[in-house]
Design a protein around this ligand. Structure first.
Ligand SMILES: [Mg+2]
Length: 106
């Protein structure tokens, strides 16, 4: 998948969410809601990683599969991009700048 295709999806999903949760009329509330949502999704990813490493209780391990781990990585990325959109951060540009910065270290 190209980053352009991903960002097009984010724009569409942003519109869908605004229609579905129309009561978040202002940008501040939307940003706060998405920040909290990112915390939730990161927690779910941590849970999947603990399961993959067999560091969870046995009862929790039985309901996990490989697909869940992949889905939680995707949830964190999508939620991060939606959060960035709500506070007008150009993630594509930020990634390009950060990659250049990292590459200069070597
Ligand atoms: Mg999730």
């Amino acid at each position: 998948m190209e980053i352009k295709e991903l960002m097009d999806f984010i724009n569409i999903e942003d519109k869908r969410l605004k229609e579905k949760f129309g009561h978040y009329a202002d940008q501040e509330k939307r940003t706060l809601a998405r920040t909290v949502k990112l915390g939730e999704e990161f927690g779910e990813l941590c849970d999947e990683i603990l399961s993959k490493m067999s560091l969870q209780r046995k009862e929790k391990l039985t309901e996990k599969d490989k697909e869940n781990l992949e889905k939680e990585f995707a949830d964190v990325i999508i939620t991060t991009l939606l959060l960035a959109k709500s506070i007008d951060v150009d993630v594509a540009k930020a990634l390009e700048n950060k990659i250049n910065e990292i590459n200069k270290r070597y």
